[in-house]
Design a protein around this ligand. Structure first.
Ligand SMILES: [Mn+2]
Length: 323
């Protein structure tokens, strides 16, 4: 089994490079930190690498200061572990840093994963990559301590929308419960994760809600955030996280969309489903992917054209989705 083979590589090796996707979420950072700390406790050397500095909102996660953006590229590693990435390109740009580095270990729970690794632990039924990291640590018989547990708990909590999404399984609840035995307090993590937002985020939310539009008999709710709005609110990219949920709270909405301008004429589309529509499939029609209930894609060009393309496809999609 992949999990045992990966555990074997990690047990036998001595030094590892761990990476995750660009624009990381709490599952990405939590998985990176949990596996990193478990390896450190097992007397291994690790480099935890992200494309950009860890977003402020995840800085509270223990060990976050271990994550770097540059490393000695001449260094040899016994394996590279890529966490929570459906495609290898998701790691962002590290020119040459993966060249010739083997084995490449792919640990992910996205349905659309391309199995880019030499070893692939890909489980779309896993609630989160954090849950898969838990399985690896168990299989390798590495130690759990507070730090590992906090990061695994945060990863699972975030990817299940605090145990509300359809990926909340008895398995992930059991793993989360086990993390409490190491001292994790769910209220404390929740408070840090969602209740320590900046005032800028509130200002951004105010403007984002002002942009909401409903289409197709109220089945599609769309909000748009422009660069201008980010500037006015004094907000950063991560301040827009989870805002896409708001249209979903409205009765009758099947698909919620958040369009975020990243650069001029360069947009990130986040899609959420209320259960009927598989938004991963919808996103894949635009070169993106994700999960049935949460997915996304990127688009370049005129926002009017991009939006109308999405609308056309979403309408066709909803009308073709049986009740
Ligand atoms: Mn994830």
């Amino acid at each position: 089994m992949a999990v045992n083979r990966i555990a074997g590589v990690l047990s036998e090796g001595r030094s590892f490079l761990l990476m995750t996707h660009k624009d990381p979420d709490a599952d990405a950072i939590g998985s990176l930190l949990a596996l990193g700390k478990a390896l450190i406790d097992a007397k291994k050397e690790v480099v935890l690498l992200t494309e950009k500095p860890v977003p402020d909102v995840f800085r509270f996660l223990r060990g976050a200061d271990r994550i770097v953006q540059v490393f000695d590229t001449g260094k040899d590693f016994d394996a590279v572990v890529v966490l929570d990435c459906s495609e290898i390109e998701r790691i962002g740009c590290f020119p040459g840093c993966l060249e010739g580095r083997r084995p490449l270990i792919n640990v992910d729970h996205h349905e659309t994963n391309s199995f880019f690794g030499d070893l692939n632990l890909v489980d779309p039924h896993g609630s989160s990559t954090g849950e898969l990291v838990f399985n690896i640590i168990k299989a390798a018989d590495f130690r759990f301590g507070y730090e590992v547990a906090e990061n695994i708990f945060a990863a699972i909590q975030a990817d299940t929308g605090s145990f509300k999404y359809d990926n909340t399984s008895s398995t992930c609840l059991a793993v989360a419960a086990e993390m409490l035995e190491y001292g994790v307090k769910p209220w404390e993590i929740s408070r840090k994760m969602v209740a320590e937002y900046s005032l800028s985020r509130l200002r951004l939310l105010e403007m984002t809600l002002g942009s909401v539009e409903f289409h197709h008999q109220g089945k599609i709710g769309i909000m748009t955030i422009s660069l201008e709005m980010f500037k006015k609110a004094g907000a950063v990219e991560t301040d827009s996280e989870r805002l896409v949920d708001y249209p979903r709270f409205v009765s009758g909405v099947e698909i919620a969309v958040l369009i975020r301008e990243r650069y001029k004429d360069d947009y990130k589309f986040s899609l959420r489903s209320n259960g009927r529509a598989n938004v991963a499939e919808l996103a894949s029609r635009f070169g993106g992917g994700g999960h049935a209930m949460a997915a996304g894609f990127e688009g370049r060009g005129s926002i009017t054209v991009l939006k109308s393309d999405l609308m056309k496809e979403a309408v066709r999609f909803l009308d073709g989705t049986p009740d």
